[in-house]
Write a protein that binds this ligand. Structure first.
Ligand SMILES: Cc1cc2nc3c(=O)[nH]c(=O)nc-3n(C[C@H](O)[C@H](O)[C@H](O)COP(=O)(O)OP(=O)(O)OC[C@H]3O[C@@H](n4cnc5c(N)ncnc54)[C@H](O)[C@@H]3O)c2cc1C
Length: 458
């Protein structure tokens, strides 16, 4: 039994929802419906206002051994925010204050329910820059940290983890912990802060985040490079990275999928020639610097037999190219085409081989596997289409792709995380000792396994 009266006492009558029709959107996330976990029947949704209220909820849940599921923006694509057992959903949406943009220290202090888009805007208004850019701006910053989100701009700056400097977290046992701070150096014992990053909400509820920021670049340009042949496009990537130019982003897309996204958004994909494309975003301190980088990158692409090069300089043009790229998954999903989107990552130089392996798998199973991704990071998103689920071979195909990625020294998830839906395939991942240690860590933080049970840890 969930102690609803106690929850009302903690957060106030208005912030406890018990009727299913009032919480429908909190029972799902953005995982494709073919593989999304089924939400439990008896769930109570609470919307606390601060860390102290969350601490009281968790103390109660821990005492009564009630499962608790944490929810940010609900944009996750591995089922992590879906309440799979009868219990409590804690939504962090009321922790929505941007507390400070600290220009002197180049840091921003935000509560965890602030949307990524709102934080980006505040940082930009202060003349600063937060480099990572995962595709869903309605994600919450707590979710970005809990999932260590990646996105298109990881080539130059890395993933969200690289920018987290401090966290406030409520432990499953109800203590409020502050780890890290506005510090660039901190060797005071084990780095517990990094354990919470990509913990998928299994070790604590993140309530506040301090991110490091960068000065804003003054100039940027987006190159859209067209190729007839995928291999030529992918072979260009290491040559660019070796040239000394480090782009903000190097993305690979194909006409077949990007045009679906463009048409859903009412936009036009600007490249008229070719079938395979690299999107390369360059940044610098002056237009001249970006221009010089553009010249060098264009020369490399031409040597690699690019058939056309478009340069977008205006901010709106660049933003619309990025938007079409970011919305591919949503567009394919909305059309009912996606059964699962994979997130395999291999050493960057192996990305071409990995794509060939995906082709081999698709040939073997007589299917088509549209694949695009973060070409500069070795992180690919093969889309397994709904037909595979209908034919009952979705898991088999997925596991074949996982095996190929692992053989190349890769992992089954590079940015979306294990969540709920990737756990059954962990038997493919070598070194059981790693999972044993992770289970031990979970046990230390959450002895009664009340927080996000069944997520992220076997
Ligand atoms: C269109 C689209 C594009 C995307 N592009 C990218 C991309 O480029 N790169 C990328 O990495 N991901 C991407 N994602 C996935 C997703 O946006 C990220 O994983 C994001 O970090 C999830 O944040 P959220 O707030 O929506 O979390 P939710 O979906 O609400 O939750 C995800 C997990 O985090 C936990 N969690 C959430 N908030 C907290 C908190 N405060 N404390 C503790 N645990 C918490 C939840 O329990 C759950 O396990 C994309 C998703 C979509 C729909």
């Amino acid at each position: 039994m969930i102690n609803v009266e106690q929850l009302r006492t903690i957060v106030g009558q208005d912030w406890v929802l018990t009727r299913r029709e009032h919480m429908a959107s909190y029972l799902v996330d953005e995982t494709a419906s073919a593989i999304r976990p089924k939400p439990a029947e008896n769930v109570v949704l609470v919307k606390p206002e601060n860390a102290e209220e969350i601490a009281e909820i968790l103390k109660m849940a821990n005492r009564e051994k009630t499962p608790v599921f944490v929810r940010g923006g609900g944009t996750g694509i591995c089922g992590g925010a879906v309440p799979t057992l009868d219990g409590i959903i804690i939504s962090t949406e009321r922790l929505d204050k941007i507390e400070e943009v600290d220009r002197d220290n180049l840091m921003v202090v935000v509560q965890s329910g602030v949307t990524f888009g709102a934080m980006l805007q505040a940082v930009e208004d202060a003349g600063l820059f937060f480099p990572p850019h995962p595709g869903a701006e309605n994600a919450h910053v707590g979710g970005l940290v809990a999932c260590n989100a990646g996105g298109v701009r990881a080539v130059k700056y890395g993933v969200v983890r690289n920018f987290v400097k401090g966290l406030e977290v409520v432990l499953p046992t109800g203590e409020i912990l502050k780890v890290g701070g506005k510090l660039l150096k901190n060797n005071q014992g084990f780095d517990l802060m990094h354990l919470f990053i990509n913990s998928g909400g299994t070790l604590g509820v993140i309530t506040k985040v301090i991110f490091r920021l960068c000065p804003r670049f003054t100039s940027s340009g987006t190159l859209l490079i067209s190729y007839e042949d995928r291999h030529k496009a992918i072979n260009t990537v290491p040559k660019i990275l070796q040239s000394g130019v480090t782009p903000l982003a190097i993305e690979y897309v194909e006409r077949e999928v990007i045009e679906i996204s463009a048409s859903r958004l009412g936009m036009t994909w600007p490249a008229t020639k070719g079938h395979a494309f690299l999107i390369i975003i360059l940044t610098g301190d002056s237009e001249d610097e970006v221009y010089a980088q553009g010249e060098r990158v264009s020369a490399i692409c031409e040597q690699c037999e690019a058939i056309d090069i478009l340069i977008a300089e205006r901010k709106e043009e660049q933003a619309s190219i990025l938007k079409m790229r970011s919305e591919i998954y949503s567009s394919l999903k909305e059309k009912g085409l996606v059964a699962d989107v994979l997130d395999i990552t291999v050493p960057p130089a192996s990305i071409g081989v990995m794509m060939d392996k995906v082709d081999e798998v698709s040939g073997r199973f007589h299917t088509s596997i549209p694949t695009y991704g973060h070409a500069g990071d070795g992180n690919l998103h093969p889309h397994l289409i709904i037909d595979l689920a209908e034919r009952g071979i979705l898991r088999e195909v997925k596991r074949e792709i996982y095996r190929e990625a692992i053989k190349l020294g890769g992992v089954i998830t590079g940015e979306h995380g294990l969540g709920v839906i990737r756990l059954p395939d962990l038997d493919l991942c070598p070194d059981g000792k790693i999972w044993e240690l992770m289970r031990g860590i979970k046990q230390v933080f959450d002895p009664n396994n009340i927080l996000n049970p069944g997520v992220g840890v076997l």
